[in-house]
Design a protein around this ligand. Sequence first.
Ligand code: GDP
Ligand code: GDP
Length: 455
Amino acid sequence: MSFTLAIVGRPNVGKSTLFNRLVGKRLALVDDQPGVTRDLREGAARLGDLRFTVIDTAGLEEATDDSLQGRMRRLTERAVDMADACLFLIDGRAGVTPVDEVFAELLRRRGTQVILGVNKAEGRVGESGVLEAYGLGLGEPLALSAEHGEGMAELAVMLAPLIEAAEDASEEAETDVDLGEDEDEGRVITAEKPLQIAIVGRPNAGKSTLINQIVGEERLLTGPEAGITRDSIAVPFIWDGVPMKIFDTAGMRKKARVQEKLEKLSVSDGLRAVKFAEVVVVLLDAAIPFEQQDLRIADLAEREGRAVVLAVNKWDLEEHRQDKLRDLKEAFERLLPQLRGAPLVTVSAKTGRGLDRLHAAILKAHDVWNRRVPTATLNRWLTGMLEAHPPPAPGGRRIKLRYMTQVKTRPPGFVVMCSLPEKLPESYSRYLVNGLRESFDMPGTPIRLHMRSQA
Ligand code: GDP
Ligand code: GDP
């Protein structure tokens, strides 16, 4: 029996859209199976390394207003009974509605495992919806965009331990998805697969100059592969013995060949580059570093969970380098605290100076991004952290953090079993994340830490 996730929520929140994204074409219609309602769809879902069954409670749109509440309730209850866990979706743009509260109440009373998803949260529009969703009392809400595929990695992080637990529970289960096996697979793949990098930054920062300097004009023109979009290519090359692939947009390429008039790198190009890459190099112009656009793209790369390297270009033009470097580091810490510890290197795309430092920084960032801490080590560490600085005791009940495991890499994601996750202050999570960075040498990489309540 495979792990089953039910997607529930009121009509129009995006359940079918998410279902389709998870299932793709691997749809199994269960309409004519006895005992299963026609309103439930079932499919084989795939999310990263995870495989599970998903059921969708769509088909309520046809319901008349009168019968809607009742049908919705029955359908949801049936789905909940069939499933190991529920993904309860709300619409982040609409916020929490009274109907959502009815659902939340129903789910709470049934005592099922619930992941609360705030959908339609692409970009930042869903932020207030996410905050409101805390009020439903179903734990930490997860910002999602079913349509744009955002938040899928985070969803995988939350599902992985549930699936693992379900599979451990059913001893007769086939030897299917095994995290240990994955780990080995991952290592082999990273050793063989080219490291994917992207260079992003404001127009004129020197991106095409840098790409040319790294890749070399000749190799840039030979053997480009079809990119992920019509306008982009992924250029394979070897940099100091390391196979890499660099994301290049048509805009950069054209400019590199014929000195054409400045073409602005559009926001969507930057976005695509970030999505493509494992390591994102944010290229700053030393004369005008940390402009709004630089900050936005660096933040985006962090939120997308990419390894980030900051490279300050046109260093050949700088005269007071010591002072400048100190100012840059200070500005970096102040303006991009979410990337604390990420490498900052100075380069000259024009002369090629500093490219060895950039190379080393990319490899280091990639390595950290792939790091995995064994569970036993992690729990010894957690015990020490709890002793050094115990969690608060709101209303006299001390919050207990009992067990911790790393559920994914690229970037590192951890789940902590917590007695009152909704009561644990953000500052305590930060304390743990900063501790992880220090104790396990994981500077600069995005770290995802999720508190799960213990059933
Ligand atoms: P369901 O009734 O819950 O199954 O909802 P649907 O999947 O049919 O989606 C309802 C509407 O919301 C459709 O118009 C979708 O295109 C739209 N939608 C779904 N997911 C997203 C999303 O992530 N962002 C935005 N902006 N719209 C979405
Ligand atoms: P892009 O828009 O980010 O691709 O930037 P380009 O690569 O087209 O560079 C913009 C301008 O900055 C060009 O005139 C380059 O010659 C110049 N440039 C790029 N890198 C350097 C550098 O390291 N030093 C100096 N002095 N100029 C540079």
